[in-house]
Every structure is written in C-alpha cells, then in structure tokens.
Design a binder for this molecule. Structure first.
Ligand code: PHE
Ligand code: ZN
Length: 896
C-alpha cells in the first residue's frame, strides 16, 4: 500500500497490447486464507517479431510459470511488486501460471475476498491483477472457462460468468463447478462467488422468444427481501427490448447481494454483484428512496450488458463511454417506470421529478467537483489512480453529455445512432470518439450542413460553462430578442497548462416565454409555432429574434435542464414569482422556485455572516402558499417545489463559503415558512396518508414525501401537536418511509427524552438488519449538535465496524459530508476527526479512504479561518508515511 513516487498515466500514451489472449482457463482451489489459482492462457503474438509479455500482478504470490508445459526457471522471467514479464516471445503458445492469494485478509475488497461466510470478487477497474497475473486492461478480450473447487457444506453454490457446464463432487467433502462464458470479455468483467444463499428466481421470455432464467442470490434468511429486485430486473429486461431493441444474450442472468462492497454494484457478465443496499428491500425496512435506488441500479447494471460489456472501453480514459451512456439509460428507465400508468399531466410531473432529482445530484456533487482541484473532462487526459476517476463527472456529467446528443438528434435519431453503434462496434473495445462519430453520422444525415465537431469539446474540456442571457424587447416592432453568451474559465489541470485557451461548447438551450399574466407564449420558430424552442448556441455569443410578441415577456430558461450549464439572467423577484406559480414547464417552474429562494437565502446568509437581523421577503411566503395549495399539482412534485435549496447548492454561489451562515439562513427561512403557513402544513399532514398495502409507486411515494416534509417543517418550530403526530407516526407506521420520516424529524429538531427513547427502541427492533442499522447511524451522524466527539462515541458502539464500507459511510461519511456545523466547528475538531479517519481507513481500504479524502476538495473557497484549519488537516494526511497512491493523489491535488 505504499508508493510515494506516483506515476501519472496519460491518455495519449495508449499502445496496443502486442498479444491476443484467445482463451483463459482458470482453476480456483478456494480456501479462506490461501487460495490457489491456476491460469492457462492461449496466447498469440499480433506481430511477426518478438515482444515482451507483460502481466500485471499485485499482492499475490507466484508459485510457478510454464510455457507449453515446460516450467520456466527464475532467470527466464522477471517479477516485481507490479508486474511479471516474460521477455521476447513470439508466435502461438500456452502460458500457465500458478499463484496464491489470501482472501480472508483482503480488506481492500478488490480481487478475491471473503465477506460474511462467502467468497466474492471485484475486478473493475484493476482488481483482476490481485487474483492472477494477467494483462489487466480492458482492450484484452478473451473467452473464459472457470473451474471452482470448494468445501461443499460451507459453499454449496459456486458461481461464475456465463453458463454452468459441469458440477461434480470431489473427495474430502469438496465439490467443483465449471462455467463457460461464450462472450469475449475483458478481465474487469470476470466474477466468482462461492457460498450459501437464499435464491429467488423466475423464468422469463425474451422478445425473440428465448427462455431465460433470472436469479437473485442473497444471504441466508434474507430471501423475503428480494422480490422488488427480481421485479426490477424483469422490468429492466423488457424496457431495454422496447426502447432500444436490446435483448438479453445469455441463458441465465444472476444478481448476488454482498454486504461488503466498495461501490453500488458491478456489471460482471451474467453475474452482477451488488452492494446488498441495492438489492434488499421490504416495506418494513426500506424507504421509498431505497426502492427507487434499487430499481435504478438494477437497471443500470443490466443495461451495461450492452453498453459496457458487448461494447467495452479501449482504455480507462474512455470510462464515460460506458458509464455516462448507461447512467443516461438508467435515468430514462426510471423516468419511464415512474410515469407508467399515469395520465399525461401526472406523467409529465413524474418525469420532472426524476429530472429534478438527477439535476440536484449533478449540482451538489458534480458542479463542485468541476470547480475544484479534481476537475477533469468526462474523458480525462491523465490520472495517477483510476479508482479515483469513478466520479460524478464521468457518471453524471457524462450522462448529461449523452442526453444533449439525445436532445440534438431527437428520440428517433438517437435510436438510429444506437443501432448504428452496435452494428459498427459490437464485440469491440472502443473510444468516446467512436461513439460520437456514429452519432455525428446520423446527425449530419438528418441535418445537412451541420456536424458535431464543436460538440466534441464536451469530451475534452472540463468546467461548468456559464450562459449569460440578455433580453431586449422592442414594443414598436413587437419583437423580442434573446442573446446567449457562453464562457467557461479554465479549471483543475487546465489552469496549470501554459497558453491554454478554452473553446466554445455546442449548447442545446431550451426555452420559452411566459406572459406577465402567466400564460405560455406561442413562438414562430423554424417554421412552426411552438411554446418551447431549442436554441443551439455554438459561438461565444448569438442572438435570436422572436416576432409578434405583444408585451415584454418573462423568459423561462434552460427548460428540462437541456445542458449542464449555469444560467445568468437578472430576473427580478416579481418575475420569478410569476414563473414559480405559472411556468408551464414543470422543471423550469421548480427552477424558478430555486432561484427565488436561493436569492433570498444568500441575502440572509450574507446578513447573518455580518451579524445582521434578517427579515423574510413576503414574496417567498406567497410562493410557498401558492404551491402548497395548488390542487392541480400532485403531492410528490409539490414536495420538490417546497424544499429549500440544499446547503451545497447554495455554497456554490457564495464567495467565500460561510457554511454555518448558510445553515443558519436555511433554519431561519424554514422556521418562517413553518410559522407563516402553520395551518396549511397541518392540513397537509392529514391529507396525505397512504393507507392500505404499501406500494412504492410514484404517486404513493409522492404523498409520503409531502407529508414527511410537512412534518419536518412543523418540527423545526417544535410545534407541540406535530411532535405528538411525529411520535404517533413513528409508533404506528406501516412502512419504513413513514417510520424513518417521523424519526428523522424528531432526531433533527426535538431534544426531549422521547427522542432518545425512540432511537433506542429503533435499534432494539432492527439491530439484526444491517441496512436498517446503517440508517440508525446515519440519522445520528446528521443530527443537530452531533460533533466529532459524538461520532467517536458511536464508533465505539458494538455495531460499528470500520471495515464494512456501508457502515463507515453511514456514520463517518454522513457526518463529514452532511453535518456542516459538526464538520466546521471552530475548534477544528471536525477537521482533525476527518484526517484521523482518512488515515485509519487508508490502512484498510484505500478506495474508501480516497473518497473520504475528497471532502476537503474545495477547502480554498472557504472563509479564511476555516480554510486554514482545512489546509492544516490536509497537510497532516499528505505527510502521513505509507499513504496509498489513492489518497495521495487526492490530497496532493487539493493542496496544489
Ligand atoms: N462499473 C460499476 C457501475 O457503474 C461501478 C463500479 C466500479 C463498481 C468499480 C465496482 C468497482 O455500475
Ligand atoms: Zn456503471
């Protein structure tokens, strides 16, 4: 885990691997502390001259190497910490390698490891090299035959990719199974699982009439929690057939849930391995948000089978080729699922909710990343540790870049592009350029004279562009003109490059006009009347004219968030109030509420930072009242309209950042809105019950979210009857969403003894369900008055375990990421706690440690006193001896 001279890998240094590895035969002799692996590779050189065969290997012990059955002596190869090199080979040969590893002691959760009573693997991005010596890069694709031997009583199920072809009993109570994956794949998609599980399964028929077996494996005793996962899997399968014509290509598709996992889930061919948090759910233990998360991650991994596995990445700089595209696909899947069975207007608001949710994630995680020391284009130019580049930029901004192509091509054009992508590249390891070349061919065909050359800058440049909008209205001519101007300052490494000049982006900008009385205006644009127009900004500045506009309109801008940019337009509060109540585009209407309330919150935060006495702008209260009582809006959408912008979103607009002032401003406004609309909140509580059998559908979930929002507002002012209502809801809830909604309102805002009683009771009741215990830790990590000391106390609880990533995330990450006041305590205790935990985690699991390290990314944008404390904590981590290259890359870039 030590490497102090980090090497930087550059995209432009890509070289083809000089050998083909047609087939890989793996034999695993599984034992907890020492597993022996024999790997037999059929190799052939690509060229007619000799080359060195370079194999990656990490943390494994080499036992023997042979070529065509002849053992190699130590002088015939060279071995170091990272590679095994057999020099000067040519032609066709069979290479056999025997090696050993220790799964029990593997706390990194990369390669082969033990979790609970089972064996699991994780190979993306560079985990296969921790299993056996191999060219561990995505452009080396092979077929795999895998034989697994293990104790039969402890490990009755032995799984790998593809189809099961044989299983037999062996002496000494052992047994073995052989799997064959007919599809060529890179090593990062290899998987193995051995253990004892509950299984839920179902036969399904694909659109071409093939019968397939869908299976979900989970811990013994948790089989009753996999119904939703299996249903989601079947829905994903049907959706990909209907929307993209893509069918499951295997006879069986397995999902296995694991308790110890670094990420959400992994798309190994035919054998997806999932963090249990994205598989297990029942109404008593999982919230609406958990149900939604499971559906979307199951969709995501399933969709990777085509976008990721059938067509994979040439090298890891192309990661967004599979991730951005697959996130776009899972977003569309979730939106379609949420809108299913609804009438047109409810469907539109269900889609808007999904878009609001995704855009909020982008703004809270990706915008700050794109403005900080780790800023990188969706196709990075360089990295030290690839695990650090599974970022919001690659995933979420990557999905936005795909979505813009969808917007520019239209649904039909995009589908034609996807069809062409598979027809050109199925079975290959390709680049982002290959993808955009395909899309451009369709775009140009449909829009003669136009191309996507400028659009490519989204792949090569980082940063969030700013689009400034100017509106000019000429009453005499009845003409309204819109001028869009774009700019994007250099960020991250761009700032270090001499003479770096940023080029303009191709920005699809969707907009409309609203009259002063709140009506949408019909615009003549590109020869047809429309209420929403798509402007394509390709220069630094461009102007569009709209005629027959009889009054000065209010612009409704960047509808549906048609591009990942920041819009600058000087609406006054009154214009915003009109949009807040009337914008016909539900996404833009929510945006208007965000803009109005952000302006107000930032004004109050600034005042508070100077010790001033704020007052609330009555316009805000008016908007809240209108939206709380608008009968035409469904509950879930109203809940979003009535939620104040998060601290993180506000921080992006404050220089320097005063986190505590932001938190206080939100408290102040929240309390004013609670007091000012007391009766309405109370009515809302009563009007949104969801009696009967629990269902996670969008309408029911929306009602619960509005009700729990009302509860939170009321508890923020310690309203006595609401406190009673919260306790009653907590006790009588028939599902976890309501139970947790009530408990979290109490824990955040109430200080009485019953709060601790409820918390204790919650633990007592759910201590045997790890995912619920995670919720219990998270609640406390986020609570008001929780500080580093409180967290250290909770870390001493018998249920805490630093080695389990979900547990570490539920307590330590929740505190460091979300508990603003706790982290930014003026005594520096929050920062010291952060540094201690990064260092402690780094000794166990560098990937997880590096994620925690990123909490300090934007330290230099904070107010001076805080900034100094954060910098000091970062320096302490950087100076720690034996730091992993994962954490080193993050802290050294932050301090640069
Ligand atoms: N490829 C996985 C996904 O996005 C994420 C992942 C990356 C999981 C690395 C584990 C390790 O679906
Ligand atoms: Zn993915």
């Amino acid at each position: 885990m030590s490497s102090n001279t980090p090497t930087t890998i550059h995209r432009l240094d890509y070289r083809e691997y000089p050998f083909n590895i047609e087939n890989v035969a793996l034999h695993f002799d599984l034992h907890e502390t020492s597993t022996r692996i024999t790997s037999t590779l059929s190799v052939s050189s690509k060229e007619n001259w000799p080359a060195d065969l370079v194999l990656n290997g990490e943390d494994i012990r080499l036992v023997a190497v042979s070529i065509n059955g002849k053992a190699l002596g130590e002088h015939q190869y060279s071995l170091n910490e990272q590679t095994l090199v057999v020099p000067s080979l040519q032609g066709q040969f069979e290479l056999s390698i025997v090696s050993e590893c220790n799964p029990q002691e593997n706390s990194t959760l990369m390669g082969l490891y033990v979790s609970g009573n089972s064996f699991f693997t994780q190979c993306e991005a560079e985990g296969f090299r921790r299993i056996t010596f191999f060219p561990d890069r995505p452009d080396v694709m092979s077929t795999y035959t895998v034989t697994i031997c293990a104790d039969k009583a402890r490990y009755p199920y032995l799984l790998s990719n593809g189809n099961l072809c044989a299983s037999t009993d062996l002496p000494d109570g052992r047994h073995q199974a052989t799997w064959e994956d007919p599809f060529r794949k890179p090593s990062y998609l290899f998987a193995l699982v051995a253990g004892d599980f509950d299984i839920r399964e179902k036969h399904a028929t694909t659109q071409s009439g093939r019968e397939v077996l869908l299976q979900v494996y989970s811990d013994k005793g948790s089989g009753h929690q996999t119904e939703w996962a299996l249903e989601s899997l079947e829905n994903a399968m049907k959706w990909d057939e209907a929307r993209f014509g893509l069918e499951l290509d295997l006879d069986r598709f397995m999902i296995v849930a694991v308790r110890d996992f670094n990420m959400g889930a992994m798309e190994n061919k035919g054998l997806n391995i999932f963090n249990a948090a994205y598989v297990l759910a029942d109404p008593n233990t999982a919230t609406d948000a958990n149900y939604e998360g499971i559906e979307s991650v199951i969709g995501h991994e399933y969709f990777h089978n085509w976008t990721g596995n059938r067509i994979t990445c040439r090298d890891w700089f192309q990661l967004s080729l599979k991730e951005g595209l697959t996130v776009f696909r899972d977003q569309e899947f979730s939106a379609d699922m949420m809108a299913r069975n609804l009438d047109a207007s409810a469907a539109a608001s269900a889609r808007a909710i999904k878009r609001i949710d995704d855009v909020t994630r982008l703004r809270t995680a990706q915008f700050p990343e794109d403005a900080g020391p780790m800023a990188h284009p969706i196709r990075p130019e360089s990295y030290q540790e690839i695990a650090n580049f599974y970022t919001a930029t690659i995933y979420e901004k990557g999905a936005e870049v795909i979505r813009m192509q969808h917007t520019l091509l239209g649904e039909e054009g995009f589908r034609a592009g996807m069809d062409e992508y598979f027809s050109r590249h199925d079975g290959q390891a390709v680049t982002c350029d290959d993808f955009i070349n395909v899309m451009e061919s369709v775009y140009t065909q449909r829009n003669p004279g136009k191309d996507l050359s400028l659009f490519r800058n989204w792949y090569s440049q980082a940063g969030t562009p700013r689009v400034t909008v100017q509106l000019a209205y000429n009453e005499a001519q009845q003409r309204c003109s819109i001028t869009l101007s774009q700019s994007c300052a250099p960020v991250g490494v761009e700032k270090l490059q001499n003479g770096f000049v940023k080029k303009p982006f191709h920005i699809p900008f969707s907009m409309g006009f609203i009259s002063q009385s709140g009506q949408p205006l019909m615009l003549q644009f590109e020869g047809r009347p429309q209420t929403t127009v798509l402007l394509e900004l390709i220069e630094e500045s461009q102007t569009w004219h709209f005629d027959q506009i009889s009054e000065r309109p209010i612009p409704s801008l960047l509808r549906d968030f048609s591009a990942p940019v920041i819009v600058d337009y000087p609406w006054n509060q009154q214009e915003l109030a009109i949009l807040c109540a009337h914008d016909s585009n539900p996404f833009a209407r929510w945006e208007a509420v965000q803009a109005l309330s952000s302006n107000e919150l930032l004004r109050i935060a600034a005042l508070l930072a100077q010790g001033g006495q704020p007052e609330l702008d009555p316009a805000l209260l008016q908007v809240w009242q209108t939206n709380l009582t608008d009968p035409s809006l469904d509950a879930g959408y109203r809940a979003w309209l009535l939620t104040l912008p998060s601290e993180k979103v506000l921080a992006e607009r404050m220089t320097p950042i005063e986190p505590v002032a932001i938190a206080r401003a939100r408290d102040f406004v929240r309390e004013k809105l609670a007091n000012g609309l007391l009766d309405l909140w109370q009515q809302t509580l009563g009007q949104n019950e969801t009696p009967g059998r629990y269902s996670p559908d969008a309408i029911s979930a929306g009602r619960r979210s509005l009700k729990n929002l009302a509860l939170a507002y009321l508890l923020s002012i310690q309203n006595p009857s609401a406190i009673q209502a919260a306790f009653a809801q907590y006790q009588n809830a028939s599902n976890m969403t309501d139970r947790l909604g009530a408990l979290s309102a109490l824990v955040s805002h109430y200080e009485g003894d019953e709060r601790d009683e409820a918390l204790a009771q919650f633990y007592e009741q759910w201590q045997h369900d790890p995912l619920v215990v995670d919720k219990w830790f998270a609640l406390q990590a986020n609570a008001r008055h929780t500080n580093a000391q409180t967290i250290l106390g909770l870390m001493a609880h018998p249920a805490f375990n630093l080695r389990n990533p979900n547990r570490a995330r539920s307590l330590i990450f929740q505190f460091c990421i979300n508990n603003t006041e706790g982290l930014h305590k003026s005594d520096g205790s929050g920062y010291a706690f952060w540094a201690d935990q990064v260092i402690a985690l780094d000794g166990i699991n560098p990937e997880i440690a590096a994620r925690l390290a990123r909490v300090m990314d934007n330290w230099s944008r904070y107010a001076p006193a805080l900034k100094a404390g954060m910098q000091q904590a970062l320096k302490r981590v950087e100076a720690h001896p034996g730091l992993s290259k994962n954490v080193f890359e993050i802290v050294s870039k932050a301090l640069n």
